[in-house]
Design a protein around this ligand. Sequence first.
Ligand code: ZN
Length: 310
Amino acid sequence: MKNRGYKIILVSDEQSEIRQLNINRNLLYGIAVMLLVGIGLLSYYFSDLYSNRVYAARLEQIRVDNTKLIEEIRETEQRADLLQTQLDSIRKRDDLIREMVKLPKIDDDIRKVGVGGANAPDEESSLEYLLPDNYKGLHALKKNFDFLNRLANLEELSYAEIYDRVTSDLVRFQCYPAIHPVSLEDCHLTSGFGMRVDPFDRKNRFHEGNDFASRWGTPVRATADGVVKASKYYGTFGNYIEIDHGYGLKTIYGHMSRRKVKRGDRVTRGQIIGTVGNTGKSTASHLHYGVKYKRRDVDPADYYFDLTFE
Ligand SMILES: [Zn+2]
């Protein structure tokens, strides 16, 4: 059988020598295949090594980003808590104002859900698969913000309703004893409305107003617009003023050192009507202040709309 293959003839320049190499074709194929396989394996090995390094670097970056994201989510949670506290204080004030302007209180059930802005669909709001297994806060946070948003909408509606009511009946609200009779920086509440031990005979008696301890001579102000019904020295109250505000509301001021208005005068809220003193049945310089509604003593604290002593 004829040997199938190739011949390579080498000719030397100098000696005109001729050499001949016989190469078997199968051997040539074998070498070619082995070379190809070798190159393939090497390139696989190096590309694998390279991509592993690239992925490791990216993974590390993702881990760092994730940690930052969780930190940001936690900070946002804290901001949501703060918002909740602020909305809670707005709610308390809202309840109080609604009561003052005779609007019905907002139902607790409505407060629990708020108004408008339905929950985002779950599939959109859940990005938790991007976060580590032990962290499940994102979904709750989104829900919390949805709720706060609805709560803010509710307060906005409520305040709009209150505004309408107040502006339509402004005169009436100017007659509402809404401020403290002595500037809060110049006094402190020593005795509230209700049962107390009488400072004179140590017996339990009902105290029908608020006592504000203050320096002798501190200005006393009318707490609402009205007409002076009495300005006189009046037994245990000493120097005494009574103002009629209409709508069944009256305020009284006792133990003053001086009275600066007389019976029949029109006064406006904040106007100085006298000064703090120690006249009548009084142990120290203070103002006795009372609010009457339809001839009955009521707690002045229920009417203050400026800062309270809480
Ligand atoms: Zn008193």
